[in-house]
Design a protein around this ligand. Sequence first.
Ligand SMILES: [Zn+2]
Length: 448
Amino acid sequence: MALSELCFRLVSLRCGKLMCARSLSQCSGNLKWEVGNNGGVSVLDPRLTTLSAVLDLVRTGRAATRPELETLTGLGRKLVAQRVGELIEAGLLREDSFGPSTGGRAPRRLRFAADAGCLLVAHYGATGVGVGIADLSGAVVDLVHRDHHIADGPEPALALAVDLWEMLLERRAQKPPVWGVGIGVPGPVEFSTARPVSPPIMPGWHEFDIRDRVHQRFEVPVWVDNDVNAMALGELRAGEARGVQDFLYLKIGSGIGAGLVSRGSLHRGAQGVAGDVGHTATREQRGVICRCGKTDCLEAVAGGAALIASAGRSGILARRLAERGRLAVDDLRYAAEHGDPEIIALLTRSGRLVGEMLASVVNLFNPSLVIVGGHVAEVGDALLAGVRQTVYERSLPLATRDLRIVRSMHSDVVGVTGSAFTAIDELFAPAALSQWMDRGSPAGLRSL
Ligand SMILES: [Zn+2]
């Protein structure tokens, strides 16, 4: 058989599914390599695929020694040693102390060089932005939050992030080179071009070239995704959803949106708007105009802005409203903590409306975990209780038998962590690795 007809396939011993090396870290079964002809199977460069597989296993903590790599990949000792050697030479892996012996000489432990480069990350909400620096393992090593209105347009928003990145880089003692940028924005994004597409709350951002603006200061690859997708990815790689194959991240802030993870991968949909559940119709007939232009969307009747608009009727908050002229999400928290029955009833009603939408999604998508995050979800227990009660009442018993609905434990960092992984997943994909590994770093490349 000619070499061009050969292909290498990674097959999970547990589920028997053909996998690309990128999804290697997401399979909990052992893996074996198969060599065959290319009938219907995409041909991957064997060197890059094996390099990427070895790197992924060490990077994600699933393997730390050469014998473990041999077991997990099914590759021979010589090939594993060769690939590890190449990755050490490229500065991506380092040798550490000795690992446990399995009879003979104890193997050297391998460690991913998470500090070989750094990532610039930003997570925009409607009224605030988190800007930080992450290492190559996805750990956010520095982070600042600023109030900022996304509706002011792309130029001030991106100028703020660029200024803050420069400030954060300046104040770090260690100064690894910048390898990439990951950004989350509160609207639909065409992932391949990194351009927002008709985002309802982001005037001026439609098809804005975010990459080009960032490249004016940082010549590195830039990836942009929807904010809730980034939050889902953050939970999947580093949070509550680690190891969960099918889950949903539901953000309840001023808007409402969901990030879907199916079989361990983010499901963005054909146009990148999968999970835009805030604009599903409710059975409320109040005639509330939503910011998308339709009436009585879930977000318009149950989101943060809707809650704040109704909150002034409560006894506790009516006084605050009269004093300040406006209320914020923190006021809802204050009233809920003081047992204000009207606010608790508002939150419960909002939770039930969200729960009605979620019950349909649970029947359709059958996740094993739903993580509820966002500033409004953190206001108190009443909203989450309303969500849970309605989902368990209205979903199919089999769909909810093992379903967990939990609150996100770290809404403030999960977005920037997710933006780091948006970049990491792309940087270390085999096709991207082929473009930068031999030159030592992706720094200086505008795209991959
Ligand atoms: Zn709407």
